[in-house]
Design a binder for this molecule. Structure first.
Ligand SMILES: [Zn+2]
Ligand SMILES: [Zn+2]
Length: 444
């Protein structure tokens, strides 16, 4: 290769790196605000302590909870690849495999009130969900064709201004940008602005209720026991995999105590070396885990594969340390050597079985193949979606209109005021819970 060609190649590489860095910076700036407050030790927060989770919703939670299971048997149609769009297809296929998300979109509650001129991500996804998520009979019919997400590709810059229809992008980045856009479109259609709403309330959009959780950073003074707590909203947990064999080991790393130095305690005013610890304060309805499989320094992938369970207990990583069970719903895999090359595809739960969605092709797969190591070591699970195991209403005790899976740890099992409902936690324990609180604001 001649010198000028080498120089041009180097310049191109540097330009791409700078672009990537700029994108990362932009995403960081777009991160939701944090709620900072100081709590006396040893306060333990519960779901009810969060105003966002208690009684102030932008979208009625019952309307979502009623959709936590498929209403009829489904079979997704494939999505065509326009050359480099497997990152987008796999993220969409994982997202639309979540019954609550797909059925919420299919209901068209957003487009019924949206007056956006031009392209709207929410309106488009509603159309896409209706086209992609079909019944097995429709999927088998001769007229069934893979869906072309052309409109989304044409409007890719609306999702992320750095995305180009001609370049491979990161599936996780696309997914989070898309969820951001859905939130933006929801608020716009409701005539609301994020900055006018409290940090808690702004996270009660349908998307944030479905996928959002609250984390807690606590710094405890070793000398007086004073705790400083910061609560942060999250849409996914990014888990390191290098050196970890199991997902749970990665989760243990992000929730482990971290040594700080030179911190001035607000309680005793001394300068101390405290511990900081992150825990999941409010576990999300659907947990998105991103495995950090890409090595940013060497621009390659970590070779060691990480295992992940079908049934995950998030309990050890929560503030309350109560059993919080999840079932695997979807996996986005990446086959190849680096983030911006290779191929993405999804494996999703469909009813009792699993299907591998590789762009337009859907093939049945066995669960054991989904959670097993792939023979090629460049094929790694990248995004995992877990669905929180539901609380089931016992039909004899509960009124028909009751929500099907109101989430939350069964901490208030002995509410004596008679308003409680009897819930059955799948095969585990019987708990009594209050009716979910009524929202003050409904967006229909
Ligand atoms: Zn819209
Ligand atoms: Zn102190």
């Amino acid at each position: 290769m001649s010198k000028p060609m080498k120089a041009a190649k180097r310049a191109e590489k540097q330009r791409k790196l700078a672009e990537r860095r700029a994108r990362k910076m932009e995403r960081k700036q777009q991160c939701p605000p944090t709620v900072t407050e100081t709590l006396p030790p040893p306060a333990v927060l519960s779901d009810d302590a969060l105003p966002a989770m208690a009684n102030d919703y932008l979208f009625h939670p019952e309307k979502l909870n009623a959709l936590c299971e498929w209403r009829e048997e489904v079979r997704p149609l494939g999505l065509t690849n326009s050359g480099v769009t497997c990152y987008m297809n796999s993220a969409l296929q994982a997202l639309l495999s979540v019954p609550m998300m797909a059925q919420h979109l299919q209901q068209g509650t957003h487009s019924a009130v949206c007056s956006t001129e031009g392209w709207c991500a929410y309106c488009y996804l509603e159309t896409l969900a209706r086209a992609v998520v079909t019944t097995p009979k429709q999927a088998k019919s001769r007229s069934a064709r893979p869906v072309q997400p052309k409109e989304l590709i044409r409007n890719l810059e609306s999702v992320n201004k750095f995305f180009s229809p001609f370049d491979q992008q990161d599936s996780h980045e696309f997914l989070l940008c898309l969820l951001d856009k859905l939130n933006e479109a929801f608020l716009k259609a409701a005539g609301l602005q994020a900055k006018e709403l409290s940090d808690a309330k702004v996270h009660t959009t349908p998307v944030d209720q479905m996928f959002g959780g609250w984390g807690r950073q606590a710094i405890e003074c070793p000398s007086c026991g004073y705790q400083s707590t910061t609560r942060t909203f999250f849409l996914d947990l990014s888990v390191p995999v290098d050196g970890h064999r199991r997902l749970e080991d990665g989760l243990a790393t992000i929730t482990a105590k971290e040594q700080l130095s030179g911190w001035t305690c607000d309680g005793c005013k001394a300068t101390v070396d405290p511990h900081r610890r992150f825990t999941v304060d409010v576990a999300p309805q659907h947990l998105i885990v991103t495995l950090q499989v890409f090595d940013p320094i060497n621009e390659c992938k970590y070779r060691r594969q990480t295992t992940f369970p079908e049934a995950l207990d998030l309990g050890p990583f929560t503030t309350q340390r109560t059993k919080t069970m999840y079932d695997l719903q979807a996996v986005v895999r990446h086959a190849g050597h680096s983030q911006h090359h290779g191929h993405y595809y999804a494996q999703t739960r469909v009813g009792a079985g699993w299907v591998e969605m590789d762009d337009e092709c859907g093939t049945d797969v066995k669960l054991k193949d989904v959670v097993a190591h792939r023979s090629r070591d460049t094929d790694s699970a990248y995004i995992l979606m877990y669905k929180r195991r539901e609380f089931r209403v016992e039909p004899t005790d509960a009124p028909e209109s009751t929500v099907a899976c109101w989430q939350g740890p069964p901490t208030d099992a002995t509410q004596p005021d008679g308003r409680g409902l009897v819930w059955m936690m799948k095969g585990e324990q019987r708990v009594k819970r209050l009716d979910p609180p009524r929202p003050r604001v409904w967006v229909r």
